[in-house]
Design a protein around this ligand. Structure first.
Ligand code: ADP
Ligand code: MG
Length: 706
């Protein structure tokens, strides 16, 4: 794939580090970082022109005076000094830096220029850097803490990349208490250079990392993110949390990082296209992280077994599974027989398996042993509520024993407080994730199944948009013509011509400047016809009655011509009339819409949805970031609610879905090749029954200003 393997390896695995701005004063960031590094497994040098030594280590006035070229510079100097320090690092030959200092792009224009300055110096010397405005970098497995986090995380299999430093600190705090360990912990701040795409590539082959968590506010390299995440997801799950999706949230994000938050539609599409698992809260992020870090993946064709000692929570787990689309296993008859023998008569052997309130550890154990061996069971969800005879600790020990032999994911829900605390500790110690509620336990199993499915789907595949021929020459000519008269909006006739040049079916027809021409065109195509006004000022033609459909005869052509003329004079006297479009009327199809807009981070985004006048009210639409693969386009069609209707509803013939997929792919090609087209709107695209294709009967396009 052309990854630059190991490019950032030394950044995350330095042997020697210099802290520029190391401070003697406890409580200062430059002090904490130096102290953390002093306690790390690296050689560390303090640079501070005002100090002789920091924490007993000899200080240097500048990186230029260091006795060796360290692998990494951690920079915590005042903001205006950062470019100079980077310059010194460059001269010294230092290749990697982490810039902790804040006061750059995140504070607006006052800081943006400084950030550009830093980037310029870094480029000149070939320095790769993280930050500015970040918490730092921790390699917990190697025992290196180049951050000012007060407490380093435990070592473990989770890599965490965070765009927010504050969130990162609270997560660190949480993780230590939960006993959750990390491989790498990276706060990327303003990501002026190294971003999540670079780090995903780096972590792809990191043997210490089993799962990657990403807290993201904005993505700047949209298409690269999709491609990279898709590749990395084949070997490691990527769990993404992106907040700031509501209006107010979006504003908070942009004032926070100074980056332009792209629209939610583009983000949610991109996450689907990149095969990442998107969660909606910090809680879900960690629930899944715990499951992925400790549990094997389930076999997809096998279901979930739920074991409980209380009916209510068992039902809650069952409902949660069903909402998430997780199937419950139906136990094999051999399992059922053995369970009947081993369990008391009053226990009904079924899934969810309710062992009843008086279940002691032995009863649970019988269930665990039988279910983990059952061929139909893909994973176990075990619930325990503390009742009279319940043995939370012993049950936990049994579950841990059984989980070890199964090769199947096991998640637990020891519900309660003090009475189950010891039991939960035992589960934790044996790497069985425990969740406070049955719903959360179910969600984490769902995450494992989801990833198993995404991975299976992607195996051996690459995201490859199909090669599509379009007549670029003709398209360019039309665009030039429109520009030459100083317009940005294309006329319907021009837009339709571009679609035709893309190989998208359009109706037969032509532009008439007077009634005679209209008659002539009408003769060439068969009735019924549609006639519409063509004017650069009239965007929604039917709003002023400037579309006449169902024209059956020359007589009606004449009438329609007169009506259109009259309507325009009455309702749009300002409009410059180019002529009347006489079109073949497409009958017997369904109206859908297809289009494109440009997202500031992701570039062209293709849209598909239910057409007609209800589009705004119903908003039954789907989006994908271009370039689309065939699978993307197929998913777009399947995703809308109207899909059921397109597939053929109540005896109606199914619509020609593959022709829609083709149109979407052609729109994708057009919009990736012609950056000057800002927006496309085909409304309606009329889809005919299977085998008969579809026709774009109305189109709008807008060009960028020259
Ligand atoms: P506008 O969107 O500017 O009002 P359209 O060209 O989309 O104008 O026409 C309005 C409606 O008329 C369409 O949504 C469609 O239902 C119908 N229509 C327009 N052109 C045709 C055509 N060639 N064949 C069938 N129906 C058409
Ligand atoms: Mg229309």
């Amino acid at each position: 794939m052309g990854w630059k393997v190991d490019e950032l390896h030394k950044l995350l695995n330095p042997s020697s580090v210099v802290v520029v701005g190391a401070s003697r004063k406890p409580g200062k960031v430059g002090h904490s970082i130096f102290k953390n590094l002093l306690e790390s497994k690296v050689r560390v040098y303090p640079v501070n022109s005002q100090a002789e030594e920091v924490l007993g280590v000899k200080c240097y006035p500048s990186v230029l005076n260091l006795p060796e070229v360290p692998d990494l510079a951690v920079i915590v100097v005042p903001r205006l000094s950062v470019p100079q320090v980077m310059e010194d690092c460059g001269k010294k030959g230092i290749k990697y830096a982490v810039i902790i200092t804040a006061g750059f792009k995140e504070i607006g224009e006052k800081g943006a220029w400084l950030e550009e300055e830093v980037v310029e110096v870094a480029k000149r010397y070939g320095i790769r850097f993280i930050g500015p405005n970040c918490l730092g970098v921790i390699n917990a497995v190697a025992g290196i803490n180049a951050s000012f986090a007060p407490e380093p995380p435990l070592p473990g299999k989770i890599a965490f990349i965070s765009q927010s430093g504050a969130l990162a600190t609270s997560i660190l705090d949480w993780s230590v208490e939960q006993g959750v360990g990390f491989s790498k912990f990276i706060s990327i701040g303003n990501k002026a250079d190294v971003d999540e795409v670079d780090l995903l590539k780096e972590l792809k082959d990191d043997p210490d990392t089993g799962v990657i968590l990403l807290y993201i506010e904005s993505i700047t390299r949209g298409p690269e993110f999709i491609e990279t995440a898709y590749e990395v997801s084949k070997t490691k799950p990527i769990i993404v949390l992106r907040l700031g999706t509501s209006e107010a949230g979006a504003r908070a994000v942009s004032s926070h990082t100074g980056s332009l938050a792209g629209s939610e539609a583009a983000y949610s599409s991109a996450f689907k296209q990149s095969n990442v698992i998107r969660v909606g809260s910090v809680e879900e992020l960690f629930d899944l992280a715990m499951a992925f870090a400790t549990q094997p993946l389930p076999s997809l064709e096998k279901g979930v077994a739920i074991v409980t000692n209380a009916g209510g929570p068992g039902i809650a787990a069952t409902d949660a599974c069903s909402k998430l689309g997780l199937e419950l296993a139906s136990f094999s008859s051999a399992t059922v027989d053995r369970l009947r023998q081993r369990l008391p008569k009053k226990v009904q052997v079924r899934n969810p398996l309710d062992l009843i309130g008086d279940a002691e550890a032995e009863r649970y154990r019988s269930a665990f042993e039988e279910l983990i061996e059952d061929e139909s069971v893909g994973g176990l969800l075990v619930i325990l509520t503390p009742q009279d005879v319940t043995e939370p600790e012993k049950t936990a020990t049994y579950l841990a024993e059984v989980a070890k032999r199964g090769g199947k994911p096991v998640v637990a829900c020891w519900m309660g407080g003090k009475m189950v605390r010891e039991g939960i500790e035992i589960l934790k110690k044996h790497g069985i994730p425990n969740y406070a509620t049955p719903e959360r336990a179910a969600y984490s199993l769902y995450g494992l199944y989801l990833y198993a499915r995404l991975r299976q789907k992607a195996v051996g595949k690459t995201r490859k948009p199909p090669e599509i021929e379009i007549d670029e020459e003709s398209i360019r000519k039309i665009i030039q013509l429109v520009r030459s008269v100083g317009r940005q909006n294309l006329l319907e006739t021009e837009a339709i011509e571009i679609l035709r040049a893309c190989g998208i079916p359009t109706p037969r027809g032509g532009l008439a400047h007077d009634l005679d021409e209209a008659m002539k065109i009408a003769e060439e195509i068969r009735y019924p016809l549609v006639m519409k006004l063509v004017s650069p000022q009239i965007v929604h033609k039917s709003d002023i009655g400037a579309v006449r459909v169902g024209i059956e005869s020359p007589r009606e052509v004449e009438d329609a011509f007169a009506i259109l003329k009259w309507r325009t004079e009455a309702y749009a006297p300002f409009a410059e009339v180019i002529g009347v479009l006489v079109q073949e009327m497409v009958m017997g199809g369904k109206e859908v819409v297809a289009g494109m807009y440009r997202d500031p981070c992701f570039g062209p985004v293709i849209m598909f949805g239910l057409g007609g006048i209800y589009i705004e009210a119903v908003r039954d639409v789907s989006f994908r970031v271009a370039p689309l693969t065939r699978e993307d386009a197929e998913e777009m069609v399947r995703e809308i609610k109207m899909y059921k209707i397109l597939r053929g509803f109540r005896g109606e013939p199914p619509s020609d879905i593959s022709s829609i997929v083709d149109v979407l792919l052609r729109l994708s090609t057009l919009s990736t090749r012609f950056a000057e087209i800002l927006e496309i709107d085909i409304n309606p695209l009329i889809v005919l029954p299977e085998g008969r294709g579809c026709v774009a009967v109305d189109a709008r396009m807008r060009l960028s200003p020259e």
